[in-house]
Design a protein around this ligand. Structure first.
Ligand code: DC
Length: 205
């Protein structure tokens, strides 16, 4: 059983994918963390995320990088991740890692941007999780405020819209709903309601 969960930033796909993995006893991979790990490794080694050779080498060794390092969540790491994510050679390198993960006997839930379209086009269930930009920005703003980060809602919304444009506009594996993905709009759903809606789709499949 392979479940693909894709969607834009802050749509709630990570929380949802973790809950699904827990309920159906599947392994879980946050594929965004792979791009972040490559970005972080480059920053730590004082290399330029736009340097293809350095980025590809880091991607080749992504299995050796801790995917639970809190520094993966930093804004700077996110910026570096978005640069390496636009690099086709890095994506090709990470593709194999993701496909191997999906082949696990236990089954897997992968979340990201291109799971249903590129990484696992034959996934048993594909969910495309989204919400309006304003709602996503509000959630992100509340998260940052809870962490004590000082910013404004407008700045968060602007940043999120810029990321959306980068994710959907890039040539390499752009963010896009697979034709056979189920659309799950979480704008008016809390996490429990979103989990219930996802379970209905999965059970029916
Ligand atoms: O979801 P996230 O913010 O952790 O993702 C980090 C970056 O990686 C972001 O720029 C989108 C990109 N990404 C991607 O291109 N493909 C994926 N499957 C997952 C993330």
């Amino acid at each position: 059983m392979i479940i693909a969960v894709d969607g834009p930033v802050a749509a709630g796909k990570g929380t949802l994918a973790r809950r699904i993995a827990d309920i159906y006893k599947l392994d879980y991979l946050d594929t965004g963390a792979l791009y972040r790990a490559v970005g972080l490794k480059l920053l730590q080694d004082k290399q330029d995320p736009a340097d293809t050779a350095a980025a590809v080498t880091a991607a080749r060794h992504v299995g050796e990088i801790a995917l639970d390092d809190p520094a993966l969540r930093d804004e700077k790491t996110g910026e570096a991740a978005s640069v390496v994510a636009a690099n086709e050679d890095v994506r090709a390198e990470l593709l194999q890692y993701q496909r191997n993960f999906a082949k696990r006997e236990k089954g897997a839930v992968l979340d990201g941007r291109d799971i249903g379209t590129v990484v696992c086009p034959d996934a048993d269930v594909k969910l495309f999780v989204t919400a309006s930009a304003e709602i996503r920005a509000r959630r992100r703003f509340d998260e940052l405020a809870a962490k004590g980060v000082e910013t404004s809602f407008e700045a968060v919304l602007e940043d999120l819209q810029a990321r959306d444009a980068r994710d959907t506009g890039r040539g390499a594996a752009p963010l896009k709903k697979a034709d056979d993905a189920h659309l799950l709009d979480t704008s008016k759903l809390d996490i429990e309601a979103a989990v219930n809606a996802a379970c209905k789709i999965i059970d029916a499949a």
